[in-house]
Design a protein around this ligand. Structure first.
Ligand code: ADP
Length: 550
């Protein structure tokens, strides 16, 4: 702007200077020409008087320089000329000033030289005898004047340019200075030029509108941030350069970062290679998803490109915790594999032995042994299928019908039904306690106690004992099943509740175990919001401690 003002001011100053010089020169030139003309008029009338009085002799003692005098008779023939031989001169009858003087007593005319650099002024006056006296002077033309004045003009113009430059620069700076000092944050507080008041008012108006919009945007952003910060799932917004625009608390925790990562490249918060591969595809406009591991937790990553006018302007990254889901899937997978494996073994035995019987490969004495094996394996299969059905029922239900039951009566019933099995190995069963009422599902409680007592007998030593003790307080019922058996190694105690998990596989199979009993116990107790604690010492015995809400 300073440059523009400077240039314009300079141009105007120079233009005015040039015009002024031209004009002044013109005016002065015409003024002096006029003065010269008036002088020549006076001189003409003086000479006319002199010739009138003295005739041709008047010229004899006349000494004039610069002025040419010509005496012309009434036909136009030159009688006398102060600069040339009169006889050799042309007839002047056609000269304008001569014709006018003859007609009106006075005449004048101006004639330029062929080069236009000089001009001659002719004044003529008619004398009493009808002759005409003419005086002329030669003047420089205005053009010559300009040409002659070029040098001083050039000097003046150079000086004027220097002065104009200084003035223009100074003026431009002075004009712009208040504009530079404007406080655009508070446009109405400025006291600059009146001319820019409307502009300042408009700026103020726009600023007001802008700050309103900014406040609205901030409010919306805050709302958005609050919402996404409350979401359990991780959310990250990236721009097209993969710089973080927004990241919620959940994602910050996962990537162990904070708000300082805003505006930075996502590369700085994760170096996971597959994640970067997905981002790349996302930027190419493709939807991406995969699993990423954070410590022990698995997260599903969804990457969705944000498209605007067919261009990717950013990416949304969503992170879902799928640890449990994957574990369940894994369990289901293992369960299916285990079930088929567990069923395959008895089926092989049954089909092998029955084939031998059918083909008469077994003698009649051995037949009962093979039949017994088939019976045992089929019973195990039935037990397995029953356990699987029970487990899948428990898997599907969140709630079971509850009623008031006497846990002591159930425990007694369970021990009664296991009495034969216990007596075969001379194991003593004891029940201590008294009728205790609590809320529960009778079938499930029965199943829990049966499985635990059955294990206490199965994994006991011969002639050992099983003690079932029922106690209670105001809110809880406590049940302890203590055996004198093999015990469970410390590191296995957690795992015995897993499906198909056995401490000693071959032994468990031999005794007809399915590996599902304690899983059923765990599930059934979960539905009762009850807990189970294992206390066991190898070769001394195991104690299962159950706590129910009354
Ligand atoms: P199983 O059908 O094999 O008995 P469970 O789920 O009931 O399956 O038990 C899982 C494993 O826990 C058993 O195989 C056994 O090794 C161990 N176990 C359960 N109860 C006892 C106990 N009272 N004493 C020793 N080991 C036990």
């Amino acid at each position: 702007m300073v440059k523009k003002i400077f240039r314009s001011t300079l141009m105007v100053a120079l233009g005015i200077l040039f015009l002024a010089i031209m004009l002044i020169m013109g005016v002065l030139y015409s003024y002096f020409a006029q003065v010269q003309k008036e002088q020549l008029q006076t001189e003409t009338s003086l000479v006319a008087q002199g010739v009138n009085l003295e005739g041709k002799s008047y010229f004899n003692h006349l000494k004039v320089s610069g002025v040419r005098m010509t005496w012309i008779d009434h036909k136009g023939d030159v009688l006398y000329d102060s600069q040339s031989n009169a006889k050799k001169m042309d007839n002047h009858a056609n000269r304008k000033e001569f014709k006018e003087a003859l007609a009106e007593g006075y005449g004048e005319s101006t004639r330029y030289s062929s080069t236009l650099t000089t001009k001659s002024l002719y004044l003529a006056q008619r004398l009493d005898d009808g002759t005409v006296i003419r005086l002329s002077v030669t003047q420089h033309s205005l053009l010559l004047l300009y040409i002659r004045m070029f040098q001083p003009f050039a000097l003046i113009i150079i000086l004027a340019i220097a002065l104009s430059i200084w003035v223009a620069r100074y003026t431009a700076k002075r004009i712009v200075a208040p504009l530079n000092d404007l406080d655009l944050d508070q446009p109405l507080q400025n006291e600059a030029y009146d001319e820019i008041s409307p502009l300042l008012r408009r700026i103020a108006h726009h600023q007001k509108a802008l700050s309103k919009q900014e406040a609205l945007l901030n409010q919306k952003k805050e709302e958005f941030d609050t919402i996404i910060s409350k979401i359990k799932e991780g959310i990250i917004l990236l721009d097209a350069k993969c710089q973080v625009i927004s990241i919620n608390d959940a994602a910050q925790q996962l990537f162990q970062t904070d708000q300082t990562c805003l505006g930075k490249d996502i590369l700085q918060i994760t170096r996971d290679l597959s994640f970067h591969k997905w981002l790349k595809s996302g930027l190419a406009g493709q939807k991406q998803e995969g699993i990423i591991q954070f410590d022990k937790e698995s997260y599903k990553v969804l990457i969705r490109p944000i498209l605007f006018d067919g261009h990717v302007t950013g990416l949304v990254i969503l992170l879902f915790d799928v640890t449990e889901q994957l574990q369940i899937e894994q369990l289901r997978h293992e369960f299916t594999a285990n079930v088929s494996h567990e069923l395959k073994t008895p089926l092989h035995v049954i089909s092998g032995y029955s084939e031998m019987l059918v083909n008469g490969m077994v003698s009649s004495e051995d037949a009962p042994y093979f039949a017994g094996k088939i019976y045992k394996e089929s019973k195990r299969m039935v037990q397995l299928v029953e356990d699987i059905i029970n487990l899948s029922h428990l898997d599907e239900t969140d709630q079971v019908p509850m009623e008031t039951l006497d846990i002591y009566a159930i425990a007694k019933n369970v021990l009664d039904s296991l009495a034969t099995k216990a007596s075969q190995r001379q194991i003593h069963l004891h029940l201590t306690g008294q009728p205790t009422m609590m809320l529960g599902n009778p079938a499930l409680i029965h199943s829990v106690l049966y499985n635990l007592c059955d294990n206490a007998i199965t994994y006991n030593r011969d002639k050992g004992s099983v003690e079932v003790t029922i106690t209670s307080d105001k809110k809880h019922v406590f049940l302890a099943i203590k055996d004198t058996g093999l015990g469970i190694p410390k590191e296995e105690q957690e795992r015995i509740f897993e499906r198909f998990y056995r401490v000693d596989k071959s032994r468990s199979r031999k005794v007809g175990g399915t590996g599902l009993g304690l899983s059923i116990v765990k599930h059934a107790l979960k539905l009762h919001e009850a807990t189970i604690q294992v206390r066991s010492q190898e070769n001394i015995g195991t104690q299962m401690l159950l706590t129910f809400h009354k």
